[in-house]
Design a binder for this molecule. Structure first.
Ligand code: 5GP
Length: 164
């Protein structure tokens, strides 16, 4: 589709504050923020600071290979976090978007057996997502341009751009 939802770095700051406020208002005080790399890292850092949570973990998940093109199923890449680290913890999973919701479901199910409680926060959730996140900043069904991935992704010292 031609229509895009555009998140800029300027809008991102306000989005994270509002998302954090929603979580705080709800009374959820996570012990751990678990970010889904790479897009969720931006979200997790902002939320962890705003919620005064000092413990951030990270899981690498690969699913999308291009605009709207995916692997069959998302996969966790090594190193997979040690579930022991989450035992009896209140976990907040952070990602940029729940699209199909498969990525969040994978990470959510991974946590479920071990943690005291797990909830999810995303900037965007699409209506067809099979996971309904507890905390969503905005709902859209457009393809989203994120500021960290919309521009040429790899820069080099000599000004050449890889992977453009
Ligand atoms: P899902 O598993 O929910 O389909 O997709 C999760 C991941 O796919 C997101 O964390 C994000 O990296 C990527 N993704 C899904 N939809 C979009 C989109 O509309 N725009 C961008 N830039 N990435 C997306």
């Amino acid at each position: 589709s031609e229509v895009r939802e555009n998140l800029t770095y300027e809008k991102f700051g306000g989005a994270i504050r509002e998302l954090a406020q929603t979580i705080a208002d709800d009374g959820y005080e996570p012990d751990v923020v678990l970010s889904i790399a790479r897009g969720g890292v931006f979200v997790a850092g902002g939320l962890a600071y705003a919620l005064d949570c000092k413990n951030i973990h990270l899981v690498n998940v690969e699913f999308y290979t291009g605009v709207g093109t995916t692997l069959e199923m998302p996969v966790m890449l090594a190193p997979v976090p040690n579930a022991i680290d989450f035992s009896n913890k209140k976990v907040l999973i952070a990602d940029d978007v729940a699209d199909t919701g498969k990525t969040l479901k994978l990470v959510h199910d991974f946590c479920l057996d071990h943690v005291a409680e797990v909830r999810s926060a995303v900037i965007y959730e699409k209506s067809h997502s099979l996971v309904k996140c507890e905390y969503v900043w905005k709902r859209t069904d457009e393809w989203i341009n994120f500021p960290w991935s919309v521009e040429k992704p790899v820069v080099r010292r000599d000004g050449q751009v890889l992977d453009a």
